[in-house]
Ligand binder design. Structure first.
Ligand code: IVH
Length: 683
């Protein structure tokens, strides 16, 4: 009786291993799972239960072994059964033709040859040994003769079959089978990994390749297990039995056994088809889910390929057609800061000139100051620069290993490089702004906005004229418009009497615009048309508005601490005050009669909110402003004091924390409903 139940349990165990490995294959290789994660976890739990009771039953192909085992002291060396060769490169279609012609001269049979082209995955070569269908050893390429034993790490790669064939209906593999493949991280998984790291306040990785390489060379397999590595196989290095003799059939065969194989291999009947594929792949490159640095052209007949021999470490019968590089390393000589027309301070990398994809790159964007700090980019660093398609070249990050100790940490400027005035930062935004209305870098933009239709509506004063006025030094701030004379205008290109008169008339007419338009025209950060109208409804003129305190402004519907601070700041700047004086002296000083006491009920008073994920109706800044303007507080992290967590798409770890602490969770619609209901009640 005892024996039978033990036998039954053993059967169940064997069945479970096969079943779990199969579902793992459906999920990680075919990308088409048959069961839910929950059901999968249940099967795993049962397996672990049996293994706990019978540890002596556990085999290396048990899915429980994917956690990788204990940390190693070092990697053992592994001699490859055959040299793990490399590839010669071609950069143009002419290079490909020349390769073909050389081969034909060497062996006439090449003229009849057919080919296979495959994406060249930018990852790490791995050599996988199977014995009687069991994965027994996995190695890096090393120097091509001897690699390192990274079996424990490779076990954690879900796409790697621990036992072949994965499906029992498939042919039985040779007793000894050695397969070559590429381990890598998909672009999507890489971005997700970095998103999590940044959210956790940690430094993001540089690129998928470096991350994959670093992950596979971890001595602690549990670290490898935590990285989203995957695998594609493309060659049989060695086998104890006969295996397919063409590349095309090899790919089919590997697939049949349950190995992950690229979906993007193409069969090419002749050289013309190969050249056509090369040209098409230059565009198709961006559709791949992983980074590819080229395509590999392979003579389909493996025996012919073999007979062509090797030059150095490159087999003659294969060729890598390389895509133009998109990522190149160079030295970051300096970081320059410029002021854009919106007043945003933008850091630019000054680079040791370098060619990327046929273009010499001397400058690259660094996005913003947070980016420089997050990536720990230092002046003097060797940095990776990326240029993809139409994207402006940008600095991906520093190559930390190349540091000499001479690198300098960059300090963002406290003052605007164009006008020397202090710069301003708004909470929740990454950008730093120059808010000085008289900053030369911004005058053109400010004047353009001032005269625009939604502001002072000065017809005829287009961007071209504004640019001329500023460049000629006739206009230094928006108030100067009201001091222009006909003689001034006649010095401009294309101006005659009539045009000058028309412009002067339009400027004169704008003096009577209502206060709301003037407030909007001033271009105060965060104050657009709607907010300007609200303010004009409360304050009779700019004198009154300029005296409002932050506390007072925050009582107004729609104004949170950021906008309140931005308004007070604007009016406190001497340069802006001078503009106001000049406007007043020129008679541009609308006064509104009515005055409404700013008494607004605040529905979210006393509540603290945390936001996670991407919202549909609000940006991060907008939702903060919305909550604050209704009396609520916004905090960055979830604690016991959090009243509600607002959840959008792809929420981060804050959601789990909120759940753990029992913090109630709201969607953005529920937040809006909360505000609207309580506003309705209080009316
Ligand atoms: S075939 C004998 N096929 O590219 C050479 N290599 O620069 C066998 N690679 O070391 C290589 N994808 O790591 C081949 N579909 C593919 C590949 C591929 C990526 C890598 C491989 C090799 C390197 C050569």
């Amino acid at each position: 009786m005892e024996t039978t139940s033990l036998e039954a349990l053993r059967d169940e165990y064997e069945r479970l291993k096969r079943e779990i490995n199969y579902h793992n294959y459906r999920y990680h290789v075919l990308d088409s799972p048959l069961i839910s994660d929950y059901e999968f976890d249940r099967l795993m739990a049962r397996l672990r239960e049996i293994e706990a009771a019978h540890p002596d039953w556990v085999t290396p192909d048990s899915p429980s072994q994917r956690s990788g085992g204990p940390p190693l002291e070092r990697f053992n060396k592994v001699r490859h059964p055959r040299p793990i060769l490399s590839l010669a490169n071609a950069f143009t279609l002419d290079d490909v033709r020349a390769w073909y012609e050389r081969l034909v001269r060497l062996d006439e049979r090449v003229r009849q040859a057919d080919f296979v082209v495959e994406p060249k995955i930018d990852g790490l070569t791995v050599v996988l040994h199977y014995h009687n269908g069991q994965f027994v050893l996995g190695a890096t390429r090393g120097d091509g003769e001897v690699g390192e034993d990274i079996t424990a790490n490779l076990r954690t790669v879900r796409a790697l079959p621990l036992r072949i064939p994965v499906q029992e209906s498939a042919p039985k593999p040779p007793e000894r089978l050695v397969v070559r493949g590429e381990a890598f991280i998909t672009i999507k998984d890489f971005e997700e990994l970095n998103r999590r790291l940044i959210e956790a306040g940690e430094k993001p990785y540089l690129n998928p390749r470096n991350t994959a390489a670093g992950s596979l060379r971890q001595l602690d397999p549990s670290l490898t297990a935590s990285r989203p590595l995957t695998l594609l196989t493309y060659a049989i290095v060695d086998a104890s039995d006969s295996v397919p003799t063409t590349q095309w059939e090899t790919l089919q065969y590997l697939k049949e056994l349950g190995f992950p194989v690229t979906k993007d291999a193409e069969y090419c009947a002749d050289l013309e088809a190969v050249l056509d594929a090369c040209a098409r792949w230059l565009d198709k490159r961006d559709t791949l889910p992983f980074e590819a640095d080229g395509i590999v052209i392979k003579i389909n007949d493996l025996r012919l390929q073999d007979s062509l021999g090797v030059v150095g470490k490159d087999p003659r019968g294969m060729l890598a057609f390389k895509f133009p590089a998109r990522e190149v390393s160079t030295i970051l000589r300096d970081i320059e800061v410029s002021v854009g027309r919106t007043g945003v301070l933008t850091p630019t990398a000054v680079l040791e000139p370098v060619e990327i994809g046929g273009v010499i790159v001397k400058q690259a964007t660094l996005h913003n100051f947070d980016y420089i700090a997050e990536k720990d980019i230092r002046i003097g660093d060797r940095v990776l620069v990326k240029r993809a398609g139409d994207v402006i070249p940008y600095v991906v990050g520093p190559i930390v290993e190349a540091r000499t100790g001479q690198e300098r940490i960059f300090e963002p400027p406290q003052t605007c490089p164009a006008c020397g005035q202090p710069v301003q930062h708004y909470e929740g935004e990454v950008a730093w702004y120059c808010v000085n209305a008289a900053c030369p870098a911004q005058i053109i933009r400010n004047v353009e906005h001032f005269v625009s239709r939604s502001a002072m509506d000065i017809t005829g004063l287009g961007i071209k004229i504004v640019e001329q006025l500023v460049k000629k030094g006739l206009v230094h701030d928006v108030a100067d418009l009201y001091y222009l004379t006909k003689a001034d205008l006649l010095t401009l290109e294309g101006f005659a009497d009539k045009k000058a008169d028309n412009i002067l008339r339009a400027i004169e007419a704008s003096k009577s615009r209502p206060l709301a338009r003037l407030i909007n025209a001033l271009g105060i950060h965060g104050v657009g048309e709607v907010m300007a109208a609200t303010l004009a409804g409360i304050y009779p003129d700019l004198d009154a508005l300029s005296q409002a305190t932050e506390e007072e402004l925050q009582q107004i519907e729609g104004i949170g601490p950021n906008i309140a601070q931005s308004i007070v700041d604007w009016f406190s700047r001497p340069t802006n005050r001078k503009v106001l004086e000049k406007l007043k002296a020129a008679g541009v000083w609308p006064v509104e009669k009515k005055q409404v006491a700013p008494e607004v009920p605040l529905p979210l008073a006393g509540l603290t909110f945390v936001v996670t994920g991407t919202l549909k109706r609000f940006s991060r800044e907008e939702v903060k402003e919305y909550i604050q303007s209704h009396g609520g507080k916004v905090s960055e992290s979830v604690s016991r004091n959090t009243s509600y967590l607002i959840v959008g798409e792809n929420p981060g770890s804050k959601l789990e924390r909120a759940r753990a602490l029992g913090v109630p969770i709201l969607t953005e619609e529920e937040l809006i409903a909360m505000v609207e209901h309580s506003s309705a009640r209080s009316q």
